[in-house]
Design a protein around this ligand. Structure first.
Ligand code: ZN
Ligand code: ZN
Length: 238
């Protein structure tokens, strides 16, 4: 398989490796009206995604909407270019919309000093993007089959997206699958202590999980994800 080719996670859900190996992923989801792209990646990602679409026999304009799980540079630095190539509408949770429009994670956007220092570097900035529409918790985005699950903590407006037709959870950065399953570096998160609450809000009967960072889990391997969520997730009422 060529390195740019799309890999099927579930019927109609394609993973695009936009970074080295499993480190960064975007997803193309087939819907009623064309593709929904979930996350983009760094500035090099649009070329990779365009190649993946070509391998599927489609043009960039087959992408009808771009949903970003949150406004961090590794997800949105290629967004302005991708919007231009596709003409797609851009959707993000309302709590991250101001960051997307600002073109950077603002001071205080990360809990730790390492994260804050990183955000001062030029390559962590992106071309500001004004979303066409903002997302709310629980909404089913028409045409996409994707339901929004607000999972704050990594950022205030972080969302996971549940593809209900295939029970595939696109989890963004609410969990990482690099060297095992984890919540990712606390320093990069806006409010790391609330991340376990976010996990408790996720659907519990998913059949596949796509991570922005790490290899997807499908089939029996999803059991490890359910175990991780049970062990790490916390209900805010408990
Ligand atoms: Zn992130
Ligand atoms: Zn990320």
């Amino acid at each position: 398989m060529p390195p740019n080719a799309a890999e099927i996670v579930a019927p109609g859900v394609h993973r695009i490796r936009v970074g080295r190996g499993d480190t960064e992923n975007a997803f193309l989801v087939e819907g009623d009206d064309g593709f929904t792209l979930v996350d983009v990646g760094w500035a090099s990602a649009p070329a990779v995604i365009t190649d993946a679409l070509a391998a599927l026999g489609d043009r960039p304009t087959a992408v009808r909407r771009i949903m970003v799980t949150h406004a961090h540079p590794d997800h949105v630095r290629g967004l302005a270019t991708m919007r231009e190539l596709t003409g797609a509408e851009v959707l993000i949770h309302h709590a991250d919309a101001a960051w997307l429009r600002a073109g950077r994670v603002p001071t205080g956007g990360r809990s730790g000093a390492v994260g804050s220092t990183l955000d001062r570097l030029p390559f962590m900035r992106w071309t500001p993007v004004t979303p066409d529409r903002t997302l709310d918790d629980g909404e089913l985005v028409e045409g996409s089959g994707l339901r929004v699950v607000h999972t704050p903590g990594h950022t205030a407006g972080h969302v996971a997206l549940h593809h209900e037709p295939t029970r595939t959870l696109l989890i963004g950065d609410a969990a990482f699958h690099l060297r095992g399953l984890g919540l990712g570096p606390a320093t990069l998160a806006h409010d790391p202590d609330t991340r376990p609450d976010a996990l408790a809000a996720l659907p519990t009967d998913v059949a596949a999980v796509g991570f922005a960072h790490g290899a997807p889990l499908t089939g029996d391997a999803v059991g490890a994800f359910h175990d991780f969520v049970r062990a790490t997730g916390r209900s805010s009422t408990s």
